[in-house]
Design a protein around this ligand. Structure first.
Ligand code: NAP
Length: 268
């Protein structure tokens, strides 16, 4: 659908990476339901991305899909500009896309580290950098500060940073680096852009788990349940809309980070 022609009065715009499927899609839909116009990023899931766009547009009036490989620095550097070219503005980025491939201390190598660091850490930082440059340039040009409190980056982290085990070694390192980057970015990008981490517990299953295994592991928490996709999406929306939060992480995991697991949920 066509974006509004009156940006100063128009709804806020958010770029959600990895929004074709799974948690990214849930986040996109929750934000659209709250009135955000959503730029739906995808890499290979083009068909699913168009479905997310159609569902978001039904809720918010406007949405669009943007393909990019987040391991490709040039593609990442161009992404925010493409969103701005379509919507005329962008207020927020949700870094949900993630590479999640297994390695261990024994199989660790530069190739796996680079792959995870590029897509999970470097891309998220570049998108935050581009968002800040866009917001700052709009302010310098005297653009009306509509939705100024909603200019924010939300980085999807993982409860396992507070409850470490040696599985998914490079993935965990990439998320630990992203958590540290969140602190530095919150300082560097203020006052224009806030930066918040959201750390889910086990929320969605993977090809490594049967449904029964997933159900059993989802219950492994002090609250007897980990997070649902709706819990995570609501927390992302809260983080984007609360103008006082920056430089911190909200754990949404039923308290799983308070427990100790020797292996990743998928390999217990
Ligand atoms: N699911 C959980 O239970 C859970 C638990 C803790 C933390 N988290 C975090 O929550 C976030 C969302 O989780 P999820 O399970 O929904 O993620 P996911 O299914 O593992 O991945 C989401 C999307 O990331 C995209 N992606 C991966 N590598 C990419 C690349 N190089 N360039 C562009 N896109 C890329 C893929 O898009 P395409 O399909 O278009 O290729 C994929 O659909 C992640 O950051 C994850 O670490 C999830």
């Amino acid at each position: 659908m066509k974006p509004s022609s009156s940006p100063a009065l128009a709804p806020p715009v958010v770029l959600v990476t990895g929004a074709a499927k799974r948690l990214g899609r849930e986040i996109a839909l929750a934000l659209a339901a709250g009135g955000w116009q959503v730029a739906v990023h995808y890499r290979s899931s083009a068909k699913e991305a168009l479905k997310t766009v159609a569902d978001c547009a039904r809720l918010a009036g406007s949405a669009a899909a943007f393909g990019a490989d987040l391991a490709d620095e040039a593609a990442v550097r161009g992404l925010v500009a493409r969103v701005v070219a379509h919507f005329g503005r962008v207020h927020a980025v949700v870094n949900s896309a993630s590479t999640f491939e297994h390695d261990s201390a024994a199989s660790f190598g530069f190739a796996s580290l680079d792959k995870h660091l590029h897509s999970n850490t470097g891309a998220a930082i570049l998108l935050a950098q581009a968002l800040h440059a866009h917001v700052a340039s709009r302010q310098a040009a005297g653009a009306a500060p509509a939705h100024a409190g909603r200019c924010a980056v939300v980085n999807l982290l993982d409860q396992k940073l507070w409850n470490q085990n040696p599985d998914f070694f490079s993935y965990t390192l990439s998320k630990a680096a992203l958590e540290a980057a969140g602190t530095m970015l919150a300082m560097a990008l203020a006052p224009q852009v806030r930066v918040v981490g959201v750390a889910p517990g086990l929320t969605l299953t993977s090809h490594l788990l049967t449904n029964e295994q997933f159900e059993a592991r989802h219950k492994l928490s002090p609250l007897g349940r980990s997070s649902t996709p709706a819990d995570v999406a609501a927390t992302v929306k809260f983080a984007l809309e609360n103008a006082s939060i920056t430089g911190t992480t909200l754990l949404v995991d039923g308290g799983q980070h308070l427990m100790k697991f020797e292996r990743d949920f998928s390999l217990m």
